[in-house]
Structure formats: C-alpha cells, structure tokens
Design a protein. Structure first.
Length: 233
C-alpha cells in the first residue's frame, strides 16, 4: 500500500503549487531538528520521548552529518519509531534514498543537495519533501511550483548549529503566508525568547534544534514553553 503524506502537512493543502491562500487561519507548530551529534542514541531516545510528550510537535528532522549509511540507518531505526508512534512526521536530512529505505515520512533537501525531481523519484509520490530556500523568494517559488511540500526560510537569528549563508527577515514570512498555500518553515537560532515575531509573521512551522536541546531547564521544558506560545495559552 502506498504511504500517504503525513497529516501534519495534509491540512496545508491543496494545491501543491503556490497560489493565493484560501486556507483558514491556523496556528504555527513546532518542527524539531536533532542535535548535530548524538553520542549514545539508545539512551538519548528517552530525552527525545520526553520532549515529544511535552507539547505539540509536528515533525522531527534527523540531521546527522558525517555518518556512514549503516550508522545513519541505525540511528533512524532508533529515533523514528517513537516519533511516528506519537503521530510525528519523521524527515531525514539530505538523503532521499535512505529516507525511503528506512521508513521515514520524507526528506529535507538543501540547495546543494539532490535536485527536487530526483528526490521525488527517490521518496515516491507520497513522501514529504521540504526545500531550503534561505532568504530567496525566487527559490521558494521555484520549489513550490516544482511540488515541494514546504519551503524553509532562514536563518532568522545567529546560530551555531550550522553555517547560515543568508539572513532572512520577517517580511519574507509575511509575504509568503499572505500569498501562498505551500507551508513555510522558519529556521535558524530560534528560541522560546525570540520566536513570537516569527509566529505573528505567519510561519507555519518553527524549526528548532539548540533552542530545545540546550534549553537551561531541559528539552521537555523548552517544548512545553514553545507549546504555550504556539497555542496562545
């Protein structure tokens, strides 16, 4: 049976090309990205489970650079099941081929990674594909027209998680959310303390890594704090 796109993205559609939005207002959701290095995945998965149970999490992106295919597949095998059991979409960073083979819901690709058409062929018609667009309206419209399930803008704030070649601004989120139905993700240095303007500007998802995993009160407390902001409680 073909896999369907994860419901956390379904409510944003149709259509799968940029058009003027007719979708009712919705609140933003949290999109978690794993830490750059996970030393002991079998132990760290308990931290992940606590974070996922602390609030609404739409998506988990597994981003692990420098691992060989076998090590990356083993990491996915540990992290994917508890997320999917909780209804969280699991995306693999950069590797459409392994995303499909390891049972992930889709893939996130950057501008220097596999082209969208090849990624779609790798993950199939029902896999989720998100595309990094930095601060570029042109790249975002191209990705949306190609069929991307979401576009990611950033970095919005300084970040040490990865090198950020561009700095995006709030006007980009206002512009995209007012005109297009394809969801947008805000990424880059996002924390509980600085996320509110992004939400008010219309981002559909907040992609957060260190803002959760290095929070002084712990990841679960961070997710709970994001949840209060995103749900207006």
């Amino acid at each position: 049976m073909p896999r369907c796109r994860h419901p956390c993205f379904k409510w944003q559609f149709p259509p799968r090309t940029p058009t003027r939005s007719t979708i009712p207002p919705r609140h933003s959701r949290l999109y978690l990205i794993t830490p750059p290095v996970i030393e002991t995945p079998a132990q760290w998965v308990h931290t992940l489970e606590q974070a996922l149970d602390a609030g609404d999490v739409a998506c988990l992106q597994i981003r692990a650079k420098g691992l060989d295919d076998d090590s990356l597949a083993r990491l996915v095998d540990i992290l994917r099941p508890p997320a999917q059991r909780r209804g969280v979409a699991v995306l693999l960073n950069d590797r459409p081929d392994l995303a499909f083979e390891t049972g992930c819901d889709g893939v996130h690709i950057g501008q220097g990674d596999m082209p969208y058409a090849q990624a779609r062929e790798a993950v199939g018609p029902d896999g989720i594909i998100g595309v990094t667009c930095h601060d570029s309206r042109h790249l975002a419209m191209e990705a949306g027209e190609a069929g991307a399930d979401y576009v990611a803008f950033g970095a919005f704030f300084p970040t040490e998680t990865k090198d950020a070649p561009a700095r995006a601004d709030l006007d980009l989120l206002y512009w995209w959310s007012e005109l297009f139905t394809v969801p947008c993700v805000a990424i880059g240095g996002i924390t509980v303390d600085n996320c509110r303007p992004l939400v008010e500007a219309g981002t559909d998802f907040l992609a957060v890594s260190s803002g959760v995993w290095t929070h002084p009160d712990g990841p679960a407390a961070a997710v709970a704090a994001f949840d209060r902001i995103l749900t207006g409680r």
